[in-house]
Write a protein that binds this ligand. Sequence first.
Ligand SMILES: [Zn+2]
Length: 431
Amino acid sequence: MPAEELPEVVRLARDLIRIDTTNYGGGRANGEREAARYVGAFLEGLGLEPEYYEPVERRTNVMARVEGADPSKPALVLHGHLDVVPAVAADWSVDPFAGEIRDGLLWGRGAVDMKDMDAMILASVADLIRSGEKPARDLILVFFSDEENGGVEGSARVVKERPEWFRGATEAISEVGGYSIPVGDKSAYLLQVGEKALMWITLRARGRAGHGSRVHPDNAITRLARAVEKIGSATWPVELTDTTRALLDGMTGVCGSDSDDPDEIARLAGPAEAFLASTWRTTANPTGLTAGYKHNVIPDAASATLDVRVLPGTEERVLAELSELVGDDVEIEIFHRDIGLEAPFEGALVEAMVGALGAHDPGVPVLPYLLGAGTDNKALSTIGITGYGFAPLQLPRDLDFTGMFHGVDERVPTAALEFGQKVLTDLIRTY
Ligand SMILES: [Zn+2]
């Protein structure tokens, strides 16, 4: 299909995928400048006045404000990130940065996380402005850099150094929520109202260096391996919060299940099972090992990295449990940590999001959930903005959508993008 015949939301998402904004983490990244300029040019075309903030060369954030019909209402932030995680082309069925459209789906890195939503935000605002309408309240459109590295040069920095961008805002919507999942032979939409807390931990074992040929019990690698094995094979109990309790009740209600075992109920969600199962328990995954420098030398230290995600408010207790698991002879160092969030599944914005989905997919319930990972909403929460995950997509039941975040062959149905744009347009027109 020639570009001019593509629906605008699809063309925007495709164009953004074609700008390779790979973020390798730890400050290594291609940079978001071209993507931010692309977004800025589109916003200028709508008569808006985008502002840029580039705290580090090429790490560009962009914001534009849209005046609402009632400026006395608090402003709503619509935000997305412009960076993507790396893609190894050899693992993919398509070129991850070609933005190919095949079998009704748009393929490429960012199709799911989250150039889809970036495009939906832009196209929805364009829809409204071109029809001569105003959103119900002021909108603050923000496209961040560096989300995939914890927002260091993006949201975390922008809220500190450009707080005026968020003047009058109390609420925000963004990624990882608003999409449909199977529930038994029915469906439901997930609305993200909270995010687990994050702790990136380094385990370090020490020992005595020596020759690899000797009897040598004081071996740092052996000591570390024992601790890593214990953490990697630990099972963590189910701990429900208001959000996950409401989700489970909703899921059993939708399909008439009488199970009260959360993990069994998660199975009703088909490909989203593992995604949900991580939302009501701690996860602590070993993600890296570093030790040694020569085959016949015993090193005096060994270290491992852990990615630990815990329910909001349980951080200190889990840290104590981890240190018990690894024992006294392995050190625990927190390399990076981030707060958890949980907002009630109620209020005018929640009702408006539920209503907008209901208008376009009547009868399909919307259920709250707690994201096992994190988004830029964490940074916004530090300046008093309550954020939700609401990137509405009506998806085929067999598409493993949650598995494609950071996965291979990211793809999104073009019809889902058009659906999401309509839902978002309704939301900003009325809320
Ligand atoms: Zn994302």
